[in-house]
Design a protein around this ligand. Structure first.
Ligand code: XLS
Ligand code: MG
Length: 344
């Protein structure tokens, strides 16, 4: 079993099962208890929203926030874990109803920037150099509500503010085309990378590619990853799966389309993903039907599926693949891959 990959997930990936149509179905698990599960499940990295580390941070002073985050760092050390990234959760507060960095209200935009600076203090306290920006509410329900050109200017301005405030971090934009918004301003990898080149320090801005988000955009996740790799900008990934165009499902990696998962792993493995410290990040949710004591299987299973796919990637007869490409016999190549995936 190949063992050189390090895996991460966020505490929100162990959750109570509420959805827009029904309440929670599982008890909450305390953060400290969740931390104890990481190693048991085979994970070394913890993904954070700022308020996963410092709950109710809007009620605390900057000094109190840093102190609380330092306590969390100590908890990580005690468990032998590291923080992979911190993401500002700027989509829940009343001030971000109409967007955070792209809100039409200047006071609300200032709140989002200020909250992002506090997030950047937490990043230092947790000793990580990566920020993930999922631009949840940076979009519209109706096109007339905002100016799309101005919205992009404002996103760039907010990113520049973060780059200046904390010169130690790199920022990975996580594109998603919709949900919660009807249309998001940064829907794809291409948009995110174009934004990177508008910022004051393009080399510090890249992407976090989430499988499900690319599928929701009608794109192929491994091709999106290849695009980012060509720019040297695949800072991290959020692997999961998605069954067509519906709500963001965050299903177990490979559980819908094993060949699509195989192709993501094939690309990552071929281009030494992880060798510069990148984590194989997951963003997966247990089915709502799962009982309390069985609600972490989606994490262990996603990791196991990834590792088994690494084995399959490495045992694929690459000479045969090359030969079929030269012969342009893609029907035979198709069958070769399918047979390989079926263990024949
Ligand atoms: C939601 C996003 C979110 C980010 C982190 O779709 O995946 O969880 O990954 O802010
Ligand atoms: Mg994600």
């Amino acid at each position: 079993m190949p063992g050189e990959y390090r895996f991460s997930f966020g505490p929100w990936n162990i959750h109570e099962g509420a959805d827009p149509f029904g309440p929670t179905v599982r008890d909450s698990i305390a953060f400290s208890k969740k931390l104890k599960m990481y190693k048991q499940l085979g994970f070394d990295g913890v993904q954070f929203h700022d308020d996963d580390a410092v709950p109710d941070m809007n009620d605390l002073s900057p000094e109190q926030i840093i102190k609380k985050a330092e306590e969390v760092k100590k908890m990580l050390d005690d468990e032998g874990l590291v923080a992979e990234f911190v993401a500002p959760r700027v989509w829940e507060d009343a001030r971000t109803i109409d967007g955070a960095y792209t809100s039409n209200d200047p006071a609300c935009r200032e709140y989002a920037k200020e909250r992002s600076r506090r997030m950047l203090d937490i990043t230092d306290a947790l000793d990580t150099k990566l920020v993930v920006l999922w631009l949840a509410r940076e979009g519209t329900y109706i096109r007339e509500a905002k100016n799309s050109k101005v919205a992009v200017d404002r996103i760039v301005e907010a990113i520049n503010d973060m780059l200046t405030y904390n010169p130690r971090v790199k920022i990975a934009i996580e594109p998603k085309p919709n949900e919660p918004m009807d249309q998001a301003y940064i829907p794809t990898t291409g948009h995110a990378l174009a934004i990177a080149y508008l910022t004051s320090e393009p080399e510090r801005v890249g992407v976090n590619i989430e499988t499900a988000h690319t599928i929701l955009a009608g794109l192929d996740p491994s091709d999106e990853m290849g695009f980012a790799l060509a720019f040297n900008k695949l800072f991290t990934v959020h692997l999961n799966d998605q069954n067509g165009l519906k709500f963001d499902e965050d299903k177990t990696f490979g559980s819908v389309d094993i060949r699509r998962a195989f192709n993501q792993v094939r690309l990552l493995d071929r281009y030494d993903y992880g060798k510069s410290g990148e984590f194989v990040g997951l963003d997966v949710k247990a089915m709502r039907t799962q009982k309390q004591e069985m609600a972490t299987k989606h994490l262990a299973n996603s990791r196991m599926i990834f590792l088994r796919l690494v084995e399959l990637v490495r045992s694929l007869d690459q000479d045969k693949v090359e030969k079929l490409i030269v012969e342009r016999d893609y029907e035979e190549l198709d069958m070769l891959i399918i047979n390989h995936l079926m263990g024949r």
